[in-house]
Design a protein around this ligand. Structure first.
Ligand SMILES: [Zn+2]
Length: 392
Protein backbone atom coordinates (compact mmCIF):
# COMPACT_ATOMS: atom_id res chain seq x y z
CA UNK A 1 0.00 0.00 0.00
CA UNK A 2 2.68 2.36 1.03
CA UNK A 3 4.55 1.48 -2.10
CA UNK A 4 1.39 1.86 -4.17
CA UNK A 5 0.62 5.25 -2.68
CA UNK A 6 4.15 6.45 -3.19
CA UNK A 7 4.15 5.23 -6.80
CA UNK A 8 0.75 6.88 -7.38
CA UNK A 9 1.94 10.18 -6.00
CA UNK A 10 5.09 9.98 -8.05
CA UNK A 11 3.24 9.38 -11.31
CA UNK A 12 0.82 12.19 -10.45
CA UNK A 13 3.80 14.43 -9.89
CA UNK A 14 5.35 13.29 -13.21
CA UNK A 15 2.07 14.04 -15.01
CA UNK A 16 1.94 17.45 -13.37
CA UNK A 17 5.51 18.12 -14.47
CA UNK A 18 4.66 17.16 -18.09
CA UNK A 19 1.58 19.38 -17.95
CA UNK A 20 3.58 22.29 -16.65
CA UNK A 21 6.26 21.83 -19.27
CA UNK A 22 3.62 21.71 -22.01
CA UNK A 23 1.94 24.78 -20.68
CA UNK A 24 5.28 26.60 -20.56
CA UNK A 25 6.07 25.54 -24.13
CA UNK A 26 2.64 26.69 -25.29
CA UNK A 27 3.12 30.04 -23.54
CA UNK A 28 6.55 30.55 -25.10
CA UNK A 29 5.23 29.76 -28.61
CA UNK A 30 2.28 32.11 -28.31
CA UNK A 31 4.36 34.81 -26.63
CA UNK A 32 6.88 34.73 -29.48
CA UNK A 33 4.15 34.75 -32.11
CA UNK A 34 2.50 37.78 -30.50
CA UNK A 35 5.85 39.57 -30.19
CA UNK A 36 6.62 38.93 -33.85
CA UNK A 37 3.17 39.81 -35.09
CA UNK A 38 2.68 42.96 -33.02
CA UNK A 39 4.92 45.23 -35.12
CA UNK A 40 3.34 43.85 -38.32
CA UNK A 41 -0.16 44.48 -37.03
CA UNK A 42 0.90 47.91 -35.81
CA UNK A 43 2.55 48.64 -39.17
CA UNK A 44 -0.66 47.54 -40.92
CA UNK A 45 -2.64 50.12 -38.93
CA UNK A 46 0.00 52.86 -38.84
CA UNK A 47 1.36 52.63 -42.42
CA UNK A 48 1.35 56.13 -43.90
CA UNK A 49 3.02 55.77 -47.28
CA UNK A 50 5.40 58.31 -48.82
CA UNK A 51 5.46 61.96 -47.72
CA UNK A 52 4.27 63.14 -51.14
CA UNK A 53 3.37 61.83 -54.62
CA UNK A 54 6.14 59.66 -56.06
CA UNK A 55 7.11 60.88 -59.52
CA UNK A 56 9.20 58.98 -62.07
CA UNK A 57 12.71 60.35 -62.81
CA UNK A 58 13.09 62.91 -65.58
CA UNK A 59 15.95 63.15 -68.10
CA UNK A 60 17.66 66.13 -66.45
CA UNK A 61 21.06 66.12 -64.78
CA UNK A 62 21.00 65.82 -61.00
CA UNK A 63 23.70 67.77 -59.14
CA UNK A 64 24.45 67.14 -55.48
CA UNK A 65 25.21 70.56 -53.97
CA UNK A 66 26.37 69.23 -50.59
CA UNK A 67 29.24 66.75 -50.80
CA UNK A 68 32.11 66.66 -48.31
CA UNK A 69 35.71 65.61 -48.69
CA UNK A 70 38.45 65.47 -46.04
CA UNK A 71 42.11 64.70 -45.61
CA UNK A 72 44.95 64.11 -43.20
CA UNK A 73 47.60 66.10 -45.09
CA UNK A 74 48.84 63.14 -47.13
CA UNK A 75 50.34 64.02 -50.51
CA UNK A 76 50.84 67.64 -49.34
CA UNK A 77 47.14 68.37 -49.69
CA UNK A 78 47.20 70.99 -46.93
CA UNK A 79 44.22 69.23 -45.26
CA UNK A 80 44.28 68.25 -41.60
CA UNK A 81 42.12 66.87 -38.82
CA UNK A 82 42.70 67.62 -35.14
CA UNK A 83 44.18 65.07 -32.75
CA UNK A 84 40.87 64.86 -30.89
CA UNK A 85 39.06 64.03 -34.15
CA UNK A 86 41.71 61.45 -35.00
CA UNK A 87 41.30 59.85 -31.58
CA UNK A 88 37.50 59.79 -31.93
CA UNK A 89 35.70 56.61 -33.02
CA UNK A 90 34.21 58.72 -35.80
CA UNK A 91 37.55 59.02 -37.59
CA UNK A 92 37.68 55.44 -38.86
CA UNK A 93 33.96 55.46 -39.64
CA UNK A 94 34.44 58.52 -41.84
CA UNK A 95 37.42 56.96 -43.65
CA UNK A 96 35.39 53.82 -44.29
CA UNK A 97 32.43 55.81 -45.59
CA UNK A 98 34.78 57.61 -48.00
CA UNK A 99 35.91 54.17 -49.23
CA UNK A 100 39.52 54.56 -48.05
CA UNK A 101 41.72 53.59 -45.10
CA UNK A 102 44.64 55.25 -43.39
CA UNK A 103 47.25 53.16 -45.21
CA UNK A 104 45.92 53.94 -48.69
CA UNK A 105 45.61 57.65 -47.86
CA UNK A 106 49.19 57.78 -46.63
CA UNK A 107 50.39 55.96 -49.73
CA UNK A 108 48.32 57.76 -52.37
CA UNK A 109 47.52 61.11 -50.77
CA UNK A 110 44.27 62.81 -49.77
CA UNK A 111 43.38 63.16 -53.44
CA UNK A 112 42.27 59.52 -53.20
CA UNK A 113 39.09 60.60 -51.42
CA UNK A 114 38.16 62.93 -54.31
CA UNK A 115 39.04 60.19 -56.81
CA UNK A 116 36.62 57.88 -54.99
CA UNK A 117 33.92 60.56 -55.16
CA UNK A 118 34.54 60.92 -58.91
CA UNK A 119 34.38 57.13 -59.44
CA UNK A 120 31.15 56.84 -57.49
CA UNK A 121 29.58 59.78 -59.33
CA UNK A 122 30.64 58.25 -62.66
CA UNK A 123 29.11 54.96 -61.56
CA UNK A 124 25.85 56.58 -60.50
CA UNK A 125 22.77 56.07 -62.60
CA UNK A 126 21.00 59.14 -61.24
CA UNK A 127 23.56 61.70 -60.12
CA UNK A 128 25.63 63.44 -62.79
CA UNK A 129 27.69 65.79 -60.69
CA UNK A 130 28.60 66.92 -57.20
CA UNK A 131 29.80 70.15 -55.65
CA UNK A 132 32.67 69.07 -53.40
CA UNK A 133 33.10 71.37 -50.43
CA UNK A 134 36.25 72.86 -48.96
CA UNK A 135 36.23 73.50 -45.21
CA UNK A 136 37.85 76.52 -43.61
CA UNK A 137 38.86 76.56 -39.95
CA UNK A 138 38.74 78.80 -36.88
CA UNK A 139 40.36 82.23 -37.31
CA UNK A 140 42.40 83.93 -34.54
CA UNK A 141 42.40 87.60 -33.51
CA UNK A 142 45.10 88.34 -36.13
CA UNK A 143 42.83 87.10 -38.92
CA UNK A 144 44.89 83.93 -39.47
CA UNK A 145 44.02 80.24 -39.30
CA UNK A 146 44.05 78.99 -35.69
CA UNK A 147 45.30 75.44 -36.15
CA UNK A 148 44.92 74.60 -32.47
CA UNK A 149 41.20 75.29 -32.46
CA UNK A 150 40.48 73.91 -35.95
CA UNK A 151 39.14 70.41 -35.99
CA UNK A 152 38.92 69.75 -39.69
CA UNK A 153 40.47 71.75 -42.54
CA UNK A 154 40.24 71.33 -46.31
CA UNK A 155 41.88 74.14 -48.31
CA UNK A 156 40.16 75.76 -51.29
CA UNK A 157 43.22 75.31 -53.54
CA UNK A 158 43.26 71.54 -52.97
CA UNK A 159 39.56 71.07 -53.73
CA UNK A 160 39.76 73.33 -56.78
CA UNK A 161 42.79 71.49 -58.22
CA UNK A 162 41.45 68.00 -57.59
CA UNK A 163 37.89 68.56 -58.77
CA UNK A 164 39.25 70.14 -61.97
CA UNK A 165 40.67 66.71 -62.86
CA UNK A 166 37.27 65.00 -62.94
CA UNK A 167 34.33 65.82 -65.23
CA UNK A 168 31.20 65.98 -63.14
CA UNK A 169 32.96 67.36 -60.08
CA UNK A 170 32.56 71.02 -59.14
CA UNK A 171 33.67 72.80 -56.02
CA UNK A 172 32.42 75.00 -53.23
CA UNK A 173 34.84 77.34 -51.48
CA UNK A 174 34.95 77.77 -47.74
CA UNK A 175 36.09 81.13 -46.38
CA UNK A 176 35.80 82.18 -42.76
CA UNK A 177 34.84 85.88 -43.10
CA UNK A 178 37.07 86.74 -40.12
CA UNK A 179 40.15 86.08 -42.26
CA UNK A 180 42.23 89.18 -42.92
CA UNK A 181 42.22 88.39 -46.65
CA UNK A 182 38.65 87.06 -46.81
CA UNK A 183 37.66 89.32 -49.73
CA UNK A 184 40.75 88.36 -51.77
CA UNK A 185 39.97 84.71 -51.16
CA UNK A 186 36.42 85.28 -52.33
CA UNK A 187 37.72 86.87 -55.54
CA UNK A 188 40.11 83.95 -56.05
CA UNK A 189 37.36 81.38 -55.49
CA UNK A 190 35.09 83.12 -57.97
CA UNK A 191 37.86 83.43 -60.56
CA UNK A 192 38.50 79.69 -60.18
CA UNK A 193 34.93 78.66 -60.77
CA UNK A 194 33.63 78.05 -57.23
CA UNK A 195 29.90 77.38 -57.35
CA UNK A 196 29.15 78.59 -53.83
CA UNK A 197 30.64 79.39 -50.44
CA UNK A 198 30.16 76.85 -47.67
CA UNK A 199 30.04 77.82 -43.99
CA UNK A 200 29.79 75.84 -40.80
CA UNK A 201 29.69 78.77 -38.32
CA UNK A 202 29.15 76.64 -35.21
CA UNK A 203 32.43 74.79 -35.91
CA UNK A 204 34.34 77.64 -37.61
CA UNK A 205 33.37 79.74 -34.58
CA UNK A 206 32.07 82.99 -36.01
CA UNK A 207 28.77 84.82 -35.80
CA UNK A 208 27.15 85.20 -39.26
CA UNK A 209 25.17 88.17 -37.90
CA UNK A 210 28.31 90.19 -37.06
CA UNK A 211 28.30 93.61 -38.84
CA UNK A 212 31.96 93.16 -39.70
CA UNK A 213 30.90 90.73 -42.45
CA UNK A 214 28.91 93.32 -44.37
CA UNK A 215 31.66 93.93 -46.92
CA UNK A 216 32.04 90.17 -47.42
CA UNK A 217 28.31 89.82 -48.05
CA UNK A 218 28.33 92.73 -50.53
CA UNK A 219 31.16 91.06 -52.41
CA UNK A 220 29.21 87.79 -52.55
CA UNK A 221 26.27 89.62 -54.10
CA UNK A 222 28.58 91.34 -56.61
CA UNK A 223 30.12 88.00 -57.61
CA UNK A 224 26.72 86.26 -57.53
CA UNK A 225 28.03 83.50 -55.25
CA UNK A 226 25.39 81.71 -53.14
CA UNK A 227 26.08 80.91 -49.49
CA UNK A 228 25.45 77.35 -48.28
CA UNK A 229 25.42 77.69 -44.52
CA UNK A 230 24.86 75.14 -41.84
CA UNK A 231 22.20 76.04 -39.27
CA UNK A 232 20.68 74.00 -36.48
CA UNK A 233 22.51 71.62 -34.21
CA UNK A 234 25.85 70.15 -35.26
CA UNK A 235 26.87 66.72 -33.99
CA UNK A 236 29.45 65.53 -36.53
CA UNK A 237 32.28 67.29 -34.65
CA UNK A 238 33.61 67.24 -31.11
CA UNK A 239 33.87 71.04 -30.42
CA UNK A 240 30.85 73.07 -31.37
CA UNK A 241 29.20 76.38 -30.45
CA UNK A 242 25.58 75.92 -31.46
CA UNK A 243 24.84 79.58 -30.70
CA UNK A 244 26.20 80.44 -34.17
CA UNK A 245 23.83 77.93 -35.78
CA UNK A 246 20.76 80.12 -35.18
CA UNK A 247 19.05 80.72 -38.58
CA UNK A 248 18.12 84.26 -37.46
CA UNK A 249 21.84 85.11 -37.53
CA UNK A 250 21.64 84.89 -41.34
CA UNK A 251 19.38 87.94 -41.58
CA UNK A 252 22.33 90.25 -42.28
CA UNK A 253 23.36 88.17 -45.32
CA UNK A 254 19.74 87.99 -46.50
CA UNK A 255 19.18 91.73 -46.04
CA UNK A 256 22.34 92.38 -48.07
CA UNK A 257 20.85 90.32 -50.91
CA UNK A 258 22.99 87.16 -50.66
CA UNK A 259 21.28 84.01 -51.93
CA UNK A 260 21.41 81.86 -48.80
CA UNK A 261 20.88 78.09 -48.76
CA UNK A 262 20.38 76.85 -45.21
CA UNK A 263 21.60 73.26 -45.03
CA UNK A 264 19.13 70.48 -44.14
CA UNK A 265 16.22 72.78 -43.14
CA UNK A 266 18.15 73.75 -39.98
CA UNK A 267 17.23 70.41 -38.46
CA UNK A 268 17.53 69.33 -34.81
CA UNK A 269 18.55 72.62 -33.16
CA UNK A 270 16.72 75.09 -30.95
CA UNK A 271 17.19 78.76 -30.04
CA UNK A 272 15.22 80.85 -27.56
CA UNK A 273 12.89 77.91 -26.98
CA UNK A 274 11.98 77.68 -30.67
CA UNK A 275 12.93 74.93 -33.10
CA UNK A 276 15.50 76.16 -35.63
CA UNK A 277 13.36 74.70 -38.42
CA UNK A 278 10.44 76.89 -37.27
CA UNK A 279 12.78 79.89 -37.26
CA UNK A 280 13.85 78.99 -40.81
CA UNK A 281 10.20 78.67 -41.89
CA UNK A 282 9.54 82.13 -40.48
CA UNK A 283 12.52 83.54 -42.43
CA UNK A 284 11.38 81.74 -45.59
CA UNK A 285 8.17 83.72 -45.44
CA UNK A 286 10.15 86.97 -45.29
CA UNK A 287 12.97 86.44 -47.80
CA UNK A 288 12.67 85.35 -51.42
CA UNK A 289 16.46 84.85 -51.57
CA UNK A 290 16.41 82.07 -48.97
CA UNK A 291 16.61 78.36 -49.86
CA UNK A 292 17.37 75.07 -48.17
CA UNK A 293 18.61 71.58 -49.00
CA UNK A 294 17.50 68.04 -48.16
CA UNK A 295 20.95 66.72 -47.21
CA UNK A 296 21.11 64.46 -44.14
CA UNK A 297 17.31 64.37 -43.68
CA UNK A 298 17.17 60.57 -43.97
CA UNK A 299 19.50 60.11 -40.99
CA UNK A 300 18.20 58.23 -37.97
CA UNK A 301 18.57 61.34 -35.77
CA UNK A 302 16.45 63.44 -38.17
CA UNK A 303 13.31 61.34 -38.66
CA UNK A 304 10.32 63.55 -39.43
CA UNK A 305 12.31 66.37 -41.03
CA UNK A 306 12.08 65.07 -44.60
CA UNK A 307 8.29 64.87 -44.27
CA UNK A 308 8.33 68.50 -43.13
CA UNK A 309 10.59 69.57 -46.03
CA UNK A 310 8.41 67.80 -48.61
CA UNK A 311 5.01 68.77 -47.27
CA UNK A 312 5.40 72.31 -45.86
CA UNK A 313 4.30 74.81 -48.52
CA UNK A 314 7.02 77.31 -47.60
CA UNK A 315 9.70 74.96 -48.95
CA UNK A 316 8.01 74.50 -52.31
CA UNK A 317 10.30 75.81 -55.07
CA UNK A 318 13.06 76.42 -52.47
CA UNK A 319 14.79 73.07 -51.93
CA UNK A 320 17.99 71.73 -53.44
CA UNK A 321 19.14 68.14 -53.61
CA UNK A 322 22.13 67.49 -51.33
CA UNK A 323 23.49 64.23 -49.94
CA UNK A 324 25.87 65.25 -47.13
CA UNK A 325 28.18 62.55 -48.51
CA UNK A 326 29.87 60.58 -46.95
CA UNK A 327 27.20 60.36 -44.22
CA UNK A 328 24.79 58.70 -46.70
CA UNK A 329 27.31 55.89 -46.75
CA UNK A 330 27.14 55.12 -43.02
CA UNK A 331 24.79 53.05 -40.87
CA UNK A 332 22.91 56.17 -39.67
CA UNK A 333 21.07 56.25 -43.01
CA UNK A 334 18.93 53.28 -44.04
CA UNK A 335 15.68 52.70 -45.96
CA UNK A 336 14.63 50.39 -43.10
CA UNK A 337 14.07 53.50 -40.96
CA UNK A 338 11.05 54.25 -43.15
CA UNK A 339 9.00 51.12 -42.58
CA UNK A 340 5.84 53.21 -42.15
CA UNK A 341 6.40 54.92 -45.51
CA UNK A 342 7.81 52.26 -47.82
CA UNK A 343 6.74 48.72 -48.71
CA UNK A 344 9.04 45.95 -47.52
CA UNK A 345 10.10 45.06 -51.08
CA UNK A 346 10.94 48.71 -51.76
CA UNK A 347 13.08 49.00 -48.62
CA UNK A 348 14.88 45.78 -49.55
CA UNK A 349 15.46 46.98 -53.12
CA UNK A 350 16.87 50.35 -52.02
CA UNK A 351 19.04 48.81 -49.30
CA UNK A 352 20.54 46.56 -51.97
CA UNK A 353 21.68 49.45 -54.21
CA UNK A 354 25.45 49.64 -54.01
CA UNK A 355 26.15 53.14 -55.32
CA UNK A 356 25.68 55.58 -52.39
CA UNK A 357 24.25 58.35 -54.58
CA UNK A 358 21.78 56.07 -56.32
CA UNK A 359 20.69 54.70 -52.94
CA UNK A 360 20.23 58.25 -51.65
CA UNK A 361 18.27 59.47 -54.69
CA UNK A 362 16.06 56.38 -54.82
CA UNK A 363 15.30 56.60 -51.12
CA UNK A 364 14.41 60.28 -51.28
CA UNK A 365 12.43 59.87 -54.49
CA UNK A 366 10.46 56.92 -53.09
CA UNK A 367 9.64 59.01 -50.04
CA UNK A 368 8.05 61.63 -52.28
CA UNK A 369 10.77 64.23 -52.90
CA UNK A 370 9.56 65.88 -56.16
CA UNK A 371 11.73 65.92 -59.35
CA UNK A 372 12.08 69.73 -59.21
CA UNK A 373 14.23 69.42 -56.07
CA UNK A 374 16.74 67.23 -57.90
CA UNK A 375 16.86 69.68 -60.82
CA UNK A 376 16.92 73.04 -59.03
CA UNK A 377 20.72 73.43 -59.02
CA UNK A 378 20.74 73.30 -62.84
CA UNK A 379 18.92 76.60 -62.99
CA UNK A 380 20.07 78.38 -59.85
CA UNK A 381 23.67 77.30 -59.26
CA UNK A 382 25.16 75.77 -62.40
CA UNK A 383 25.98 77.76 -65.53
CA UNK A 384 24.67 76.33 -68.84
CA UNK A 385 28.21 75.40 -69.95
CA UNK A 386 28.84 73.35 -66.78
CA UNK A 387 26.26 70.79 -67.67
CA UNK A 388 27.75 70.09 -71.09
CA UNK A 389 30.44 67.97 -69.43
CA UNK A 390 28.02 65.89 -67.38
CA UNK A 391 25.66 63.15 -68.42
CA UNK A 392 21.93 63.80 -68.10
ZN1 LIG B 1 27.36 68.80 -44.46
Amino acid sequence: MRWGTAAGQESLFALNAIGKRRWLWWAICWGTAVLLAAPLVWRWFAFQGPFGPVAPPRPEPVIDIHCHTAGIGAGESGCFVSNSMRASYKFNLYLKSFGVDLGSLEAQGDRLIIQRIAERIRGSQWVSGAIVLAMDGVIDSEGQLDRERTEFFVPNEFVYEQTALHPGLFWGASINPLRKDAIDRLDWAHAHGAKLVKWLPSVQLFDPGDDRHLEFYRKMVELDLPLLSHAGQERAFTHVNDEFGDPFKLRLALDTGVRVIVAHIASTGEHEGERDTDRLIELMGQYGNLYSDISSLTQVNKLGYLREAVSHSVFRERLFYGSDYPLINTAIVSPWLFSLNLEVGEMRRIAGIENPWDRDVELKRSLGVPPSVFERANRLIMKPGDLVSVRP
